[in-house]
Design a protein around this ligand. Structure first.
Ligand code: NAP
Ligand code: GCO
Length: 288
């Protein structure tokens, strides 16, 4: 009888993680490589791609990276064609690349709105569209989309991001619906609040060392009373990339310390003395 752990192996698979020059993407890339996949990544910036390649190498991981803006369909087509020439069909795509702009909606320019939608929603469309034909030809594949608490909830100043992440939830379900017949599974990872460069401004202490009010707010809304760490998302990324999840499709799996199940407590009641201090995940290259 086969050992159940074999179903979590990614040996012989080629995986593409978009936006893995730092942050959660770097954790996903590390995890899939450790699970046996040949991993490739992209980001929009040459210097950060090079820095990340060196960081992966220092971890003993030979991960290929190149500049590719997920919003540029020609860029993406060229990247995918190069990867297919070098490593064969892309079996696993993690649509991780994403940005956020925290601006009150009525003050947000159309350009700022469009950029967030382009990266966070159109980018996954472009990248998925580029890899699905190869997956169909090969007999199947895995697409994992970086959803969010904002796929379910709104909050002030993140209108474009929430609209994109809500749309990404439905794109996930639609790829499942349209391509499940070709043995392609498309699911979403829904992180809660995780310590990365993207959320660093929300945790930054005041000049007097005081706790960021948003930090206190998130901890009061999270049963774990802490922010997540990128490493804590590695297992779910491997699971959704592996044969172990072949009968899971169209699902958004939330990995959020319980925030989506909890009405929260009065931030004023939080016993700050008991709280874990957050530091950036050490596999992150903090953006210059
Ligand atoms: P991050 O620290 O800002 O990292 C974003 C990554 O995306 C970087 O590698 C960045 O690289 C890349 N990127 C940005 N624009 C790109 C583009 N146009 N083309 C290619 N790559 C691009 O964000 P994160 O916190 O790791 O989050 C990763 C994903 O998870 C995002 O989609 C985010 O919305 C989602 N998420 C995060 C959290 C959280 O709490 N952190 C929670 C839920 C969901 P360059 O700057 O070098 O291009
Ligand atoms: C924000 C945060 C969130 C997180 C994440 C939560 O400004 O509220 O950046 O959007 O990044 O998406 O799941």
């Amino acid at each position: 009888m086969a050992n159940v752990l074999d179903s979590f192996s990614l040996k012989g698979k080629t995986a593409w993680v978009t936006g893995a020059s730092y942050g959660l993407g770097m954790a996903y890339a590390e995890a899939l490589a450790q699970a046996g996949a040949t991993v490739v990544f992209n980001s929009s910036n040459e210097e950060r791609v090079s820095k990340a390649i060196a960081q992966y190498r220092a971890l003993g991981l030979d991960i290929y990276g190149a500049v590719c803006d997920v919003t540029d369909e020609n860029d993406v087509r060229a990247f995918v064609s190069d990867i297919e020439d070098r490593f064969g069909t892309i079996d696993i795509l993690i649509n991780n690349a994403g940005i956020i702009r925290r601006i009150p909606m009525t003050e947000m320019s159309l350009e700022e709105w469009n950029r967030v939608i382009d990266v966070d929603l159109t980018g996954p469309f472009i990248c998925s569209k580029a890899v699905i034909p190869g997956m169909i030809k090969k007999g199947g594949g895995k697409i994992i989309n970086a959803c969010s608490m904002m796929s379910e909830f709104g909050r002030e100043t993140v209108s474009a991001y929430a609209a994109a992440k809500g749309g990404l939830k439905m794109l996930t379900r639609n790829i499942c619906s349209e391509y499940g017949q070709y043995n392609i599974q498309c699911n979403g990872i829904g992180p809660g609040y995780i310590a990365t460069p993207q959320t660093a401004p929300l945790r930054a202490k005041g000049e007097d060392g005081s706790m960021n009010p948003f930090d206190r707010f998130i901890r009061s809304k999270t049963p774990a009373q802490r922010w997540g760490h990128a490493d804590e998302l590695k297992g779910l990324a491997v699971f959704l990339s592996s044969p172990a999840s072949d009968f899971i499709n169209g699902q958004i799996i939330y990995i959020d310390g319980g925030i989506s199940a909890y009405i929260g407590q009065d931030p004023g009641n939080l016993d700050v003395s008991k709280l874990q201090d957050e530091d950036e995940d050490n596999s992150v290259i903090v953006k210059d």
